[in-house]
Design a protein around this ligand. Structure first.
Ligand SMILES: *[C@@H]1O[C@H](CO)[C@@H](O)[C@H](O)[C@H]1NC(C)=O
Length: 200
């Protein structure tokens, strides 16, 4: 004869096993049916190089890049997946230094898109674009005249040696269960030329 406690114990371990199997199946299923996105557009506007200081005590003067950008991309296929908890999107500049060939990747802007976000993602800018009728959905990412959120500096302190950068909007998909996946959400049309330093 089992005691009540023993029976309860057995039941709960059985339940745990079933739940683990279920979670495993969900993560396999969503891994196999990973939604794909059409790569959207990043448009870089007024990229400038100026002397400045990082916002940090005792920082020395160096060349800093700042920019404005527009982003248009449709991430609804990712957000509509039942297993998507949230998306993390970030804009990077990747470039190489001419003489040394050192490659760098710098994050200049990012944003978290929650499943609970029910409206289009519209980031701060001068003016908001008009919503197109019939194009509803929380995954329509439209950023107008967004600004770099993080300072873009080059480790050498100057951009003299940098000819161009590739600007890419990446995403990380954080699922309820299973592994993180990532991909490219939008890119600029070709490399962006790094301008001359503005002298004051
Ligand atoms: C920039 O993009 C081009 C074309 O996709 C690629 O060939 C090049 O290697 C990229 N450069 C860097 C520094 O990522």
């Amino acid at each position: 004869m089992y005691s009540t406690l023993q029976r309860l114990n057995h039941l709960s371990s059985l339940a745990t096993t079933y739940i683990m199997i279920l979670l495993g199946l969900i993560s396999i299923a969503s891994f196999l049916s990973h939604p794909s996105v059409n790569t959207g557009n990043v448009e870089i506007k007024d990229l400038i190089i100026q002397k400045g200081r990082l916002r940090r005590w005792g920082a020395r003067q160096e060349e800093l890049a700042s920019l404005h950008f527009d982003i248009r991309t449709d991430l609804n296929p990712l957000l509509n997946s039942y297993n998507t908890k949230q998306l993390f999107v970030y804009l990077t500049a990747s470039y190489e230094e001419g003489s040394t060939g050192n490659a760098h990747e710098v994050v200049v802007w990012d944003r978290i898109i929650q499943r609970a976000d029910i409206r289009d993602i519209r980031a701060v800018g001068n003016k908001l674009p008009k919503a197109k009728a019939g194009r509803k959905g929380r995954g329509n990412v439209r950023v107008e005249a967004g600004k770099n959120k993080y300072q873009w500096r080059n480790p050498s302190g100057t951009f003299k040696d940098v000819e161009y950068a590739n600007m890419t909007l990446h995403y990380h998909l954080m699922p309820y269960v299973g592994v993180l996946s990532s991909g490219v959400a939008a890119t600029a049309q070709g490399p962006v030329t790094i301008p001359e330093l503005i002298k004051r």
